[in-house]
Design a protein around this ligand. Structure first.
Ligand code: PEP
Ligand code: MN
Length: 356
């Protein structure tokens, strides 16, 4: 839809707009209103260059596109018909919980091994453990490839899947070789399109799930879905969307909790939503509330930082990890809320932008 700055285009302006549209195989239909005429674009309006050229015209106020730039992630895509499963669980049918340390401390790996067993005992479906860490300061602990050995050991000893974050291709290759069942793209790399593409390519056909965090700097919902589209277009359609809080607008929480976008995501895309309440609120005392709120908003799962002894942890663990006994309570209560979700299924109309 093209909105002119004036009440309507002059003939000359109309012809210039039409000439651009024609180049991209589209046409134009005027829709006259009482005071103003707007112009509908007919055809595939997803050409970025076409939109940019229209928006560059001095007499065009705004171009609103109905079609989005994601075809594969769209709720109507054929990909939505296939179940995403891990360790015998189908995402969307059963609550899925990833829990474990923010960071594996290679100097004290016994904590991580203990945490791995404890989160399984508490009811988690997968274990998280940071091998490489994206730290604000280059002087903070950056991670250590040696810690991958403990991740692999945790998978072997517990028999449940493991998840770790990668920030570049070499880490990705190491994580894949170590048998990571889930690979996390962290908030800082959610806009690193080259990495997203590479992850899609190198995990294609490997039955590895990608946990894509929402960048703290992302705005529109479509920006998040488009980031996931890169991974799917790269070759791996097993993407889980993970809201984890955006830049804070209030004092108190580490980030601005964004679990409330879950119903909006679910109207637009088939991807399961796994919320991270830990980075969202950033303090262990708030995590249970945020976790249960996420499930109430319709999330399919949770990713919660948990440590057997938070005060002895490194990275985020001392401030935001809950303990396995609290995790166990949260999982029980989350399941109770989760079981109510069928009541509201079908309540929301789906938004589809895919060509039918
Ligand atoms: C993490 O999971 O420890 C982490 C660094 O997450 P985020 O990318 O959401 O900050
Ligand atoms: Mn963390």
């Amino acid at each position: 839809m093209i909105l002119p700055k004036a009440d309507k285009f002059t003939d000359e302006q109309y012809n210039e707009v039409l000439a651009i549209l024609t180049e991209f195989g589209c046409s134009l239909t005027p829709i006259p209103g009482t005071t103003r005429t707007i112009y509908a674009i007919r055809g595939d309006e997803r050409h970025e260059l076409m939109i940019n050229r229209l928006e560059g015209l001095p007499y065009v106020w705004k171009v609103d596109t109905i079609q989005s730039q994601y075809k594969l992630m769209d709720i109507k895509s054929e990909l939505g018909k296939r179940p995403i499963s891990i360790a015998g669980k189908i995402l969307g049918n059963d609550l899925f919980v990833i829990a474990g340390q923010c960071t594996i401390d290679p100097k004290n790996p016994e904590y991580f091994m203990e945490t791995a067993h404890a989160v399984k005992e508490a009811g988690a479906d997968a274990i998280r453990g940071g091998v490489w860490k994206p730290r604000t300061s280059p002087h903070s602990y950056q991670g250590d490839s040696k810690a991958v050995e403990f991740l692999a050991r945790a998978a072997k000893e517990t028999g449940i899947p493991v998840c770790t974050e990668v920030m570049d291709e070499s880490q990705l290759r190491i994580a894949i070789d170590a048998g990571s069942d889930l690979i996390q793209v962290g908030a800082r790399n959610a806009l690193n399109y080259a990495l997203l593409k590479k992850i899609g390519e190198l995990t294609a056909g490997k039955n590895i799930l990608i946990l894509l965090k929402r960048s703290m700097h992302m705005g529109p919902i479509d920006e998040f879905i488009c980031a996931a589209e890169y991974i799917v277009a790269g070759g791996n359609p097993n993407v889980l969307l993970c809201p984890r809080g955006t830049v804070p607008t209030i004092d108190g929480y580490r980030n601005q909790p964004d679990e409330s976008i879950t119903p909006l995501l679910k109207q637009k895309t088939w991807a399961p939503v796994v919320v991270d309440p830990s980075h969202s609120v950033g303090k262990s005392i708030y995590v249970p509330h945020a976790a249960l709120a996420a499930i109430a908003y319709g999330a399919d799962g949770l990713c919660i930082e948990t440590h057997v002894s938070p005060k002895n942890g490194i990275g985020d663990d001392p401030k935001q990890s809950i303990t396995p006994d609290v995790l166990s309570e949260v999982i029980k209560d989350a399941k109770a809320i989760y079981d109510m979700k069928t009541k509201y299924q079908g309540y929301l109309p789906k938004f589809s932008t895919a060509a039918t």
